[in-house]
Design a protein around this ligand. Structure first.
Ligand SMILES: [Zn+2]
Length: 601
């Protein structure tokens, strides 16, 4: 609609002599300023002060019970002590909520100590080497903020320990050192802060600055990591036609016990053991982790089911779609590395073959579907016990297997013209944050829209159901074949071991010889066929057993001596491999090259 004054066909409207009333003053929105300091890092204690304004005469500050991307109740409020309020009275509503009353002029302040001694990508840590936290760890949110006048404002100031600096992905406030601002708690909660003497490298991709911060020490080559990361960023950006942020930060925690990764809107944190960069195989695993976390820029941080943003931090949030968020990301982490030219195509095929070999021998695949695995993430995968092998699947690995089949299925349905890449692009276009997330089941519709046909049976069999996966269509699409790198079979006892507190049975395969012989998780293994065994040589001893023979295993079970007679089973020898067939049809060759991004003849 055009402006009325300009459409009055030349007739000027009489100017009203009535004095205009001054516009009613808009009430100011709530503002929270968080101030974080660390005067004594060795005490593992952050000091946090929060000044509040525009919050009315009462309000409630709440600590999240969990952090997005890590589906486990962690109760971040448990680390708080010495909570005090100024300009208000407070009482605790429950384990995570502080209710403030008698606030004058909407202004109050609180302070507390926060104990931080868990070094991981998802939990707060402070010691004499560095400080690290996520917004959800340390910075409480204001309950019922949506009922308050908008817009809200959140600023964070960090006073680093002497000689330390801060790396974070939040936009900085100009003229105020070490101060950042956002108007959205979900953005603040999602943000990591790395404080210390970390080494920072930078690169530009698509005109956007990217920093790579390394905390810790180890046998890594920072220049190689940064150069390969840039290639991976550019490859993924090409798929989506650009980068959906103005700045991106990679934080790498390199220390002896580090591992895992956590994605954020404009940053990620990757943990890796200090000395696990030596072999090419180790390096490839690390760079795949980087590729994985970076792909989450789209898949899960922007493309996500409705329930995963805006977030409810109070309790578990259930969705059947985690296999899309994590399984597809695991499927793609490998492809991006190959398409970026950071690894050879064979490396990708090797990684898929390893997943297939392991997951297709897991008894739990017949018990739990991908949707169940997603829905129950909080109490199954994140709290997996020794029996999870028999009753569950990981939506990461199983999801990646289904991604592999689905991508081939779309290519076959469209004569190679479309693929899962098109689905991801369409999902981003239609549901990408800050747009609302997709409804449960909404992603299936996108796949069918791209493929131009219904995949109802596939969903029922392999996503809602537990039917065995069939690789024929996948192998035919790209002209691939499975092989074993050794012929024949090997002895198999049907349990895994751990060496914590002696050589012990870790988990027992539901269909294996150990289960039939009555052996149990936590049994301490003492002897095989009457001879003492050692953790280091136990696998060698087992490899000498003849399939079909009988062996005895002597164990302690809660201090009682027990003996099991096992019928030694057999399993296929060597590793499953995946490679191109000797004779690929022109169509298969085209699909194979396009899939892995091979451009050289
Ligand atoms: Zn992930």
């Amino acid at each position: 609609m055009a402006d009325r004054a300009s459409t009055s066909a030349g007739r000027k409207k009489p100017v009203s002599r009535e004095k205009r009333k001054p516009a009613a003053k808009k009430p100011a929105g709530p503002a929270l300023h968080y101030h974080v300091s660390m005067p004594d890092p060795a005490s593992h204690t952050f000091q946090v002060e929060i000044t509040l304004s525009g919050v009315g005469d009462s309000c409630t500050l709440a600590f999240p019970a969990w952090t997005p991307g890590s589906y486990k109740i962690r109760e971040f409020g448990k680390n708080v002590s010495s909570f005090k309020a100024r300009g208000a009275k407070f009482e605790m509503y429950d384990k995570q909520r502080y209710h403030l009353t008698r606030i004058k002029d909407g202004k109050a302040a609180v302070s507390f100590d926060y104990y931080a001694d868990e070094l991981s990508v998802r939990t707060p840590h402070l010691d004499d080497t560095h400080g690290f936290f996520l917004g959800t760890n340390l910075l409480p949110y204001l309950e019922d903020i949506n009922a308050m006048p908008a817009p809200a404002e959140f600023t964070v100031s960090v006073k680093p320990y002497k000689g330390w600096k801060v790396a974070t992905s939040l936009p900085a406030v100009k003229g105020k050192p070490n101060t950042w601002r956002t108007d959205n708690y979900d953005v603040l909660g999602d943000t990591p802060f790395e404080i210390g003497t970390h080494e920072v490298h930078s690169f530009t991709a698509r005109g956007v600055k990217h920093d790579v911060a390394f905390y810790g020490y180890g046998n890594f080559d920072a220049k190689r990591i940064v150069a390969d990361t840039k290639k991976i960023v550019e490859t993924q950006a090409k798929n989506f036609g650009g980068l959906p942020y103005k700045y991106y930060l990679f934080i790498h925690h390199i220390s002896p016990d580090s591992g895992g990764g956590l994605e954020h809107l404009n940053s990620c944190v990757c943990g890796w053991p200090s000395w696990n960069f030596k072999t090419e195989d180790d390096y490839q695993k690390f760079i795949r982790l980087v590729s994985h976390e970076f792909f989450h820029v789209w898949n899960v941080k922007r493309i996500r089911p409705k329930i995963l943003g805006p977030f409810d931090y109070r309790t578990e949030q259930h969705t059947k779609a985690l296999w899309i968020m994590e399984g597809m990301t695991q499927y793609y982490e490998r492809l991006w590395v190959a398409r970026a030219g950071v690894c050879k195509p064979e490396e990708v095929l090797k990684a898929y073959a390893e997943t297939i070999d392991r997951e297709d021998n897991r008894p739990g695949r017949k018990v739990m579907s991908l949707e169940q695995s997603s829905w129950l993430a909080w109490t199954k995968l994140y709290l997996a016990d020794e029996n999870f092998l028999n009753t569950g699947v990981s939506y990461y690995s199983r999801g990646a297997q289904v991604g592999l089949l689905l991508d081939a299925k779309i290519r076959n349905a469209t004569d190679g013209k479309r693929s899962l890449d098109d689905v991801m692009r369409l999902a981003f276009k239609r549901y990408g944050w800050p747009k609302p997330g997709f409804p449960e089941g909404g992603w299936f519709e996108l796949v069918e829209e791209v493929a131009g046909q219904k995949f109802t049976r596939f969903w029922n069999d392999h996503v809602s159901g537990t039917k065995e996966l069939n690789y024929d269509e996948f192998l035919d699409c790209y002209g691939l074949e499975f092989k074993r790198d050794k012929q024949g079979s090997e002895p198999w006892l049907g349990f895994t071991t751990g060496s914590k507190g002696g050589l012990k049975i870790a988990s027992v395969h539901a269909e294996g010889p150990a289960r039939k012989a009555g052996l149990q998780p936590r049994d301490e293994i003492l002897a095989l066929n009457g001879h003492k065994v050692h953790a280091k040589t136990f696998d060698d001893r087992v490899s000498e057993l003849a399939p079909g023979s009988i062996c005895t295993l002597t164990v302690f079970r809660r201090e009682q001596l027990k003996e099991g007679r096992l019928h030694v089973g057999r399993q296929p020898a060597g590793k499953l491999t995946l490679g191109p067939r000797e004779h690929q049809s022109p169509t298969q060759r085209r699909n194979y090259r396009k899939w892995l991004g091979i451009t050289k003849p």
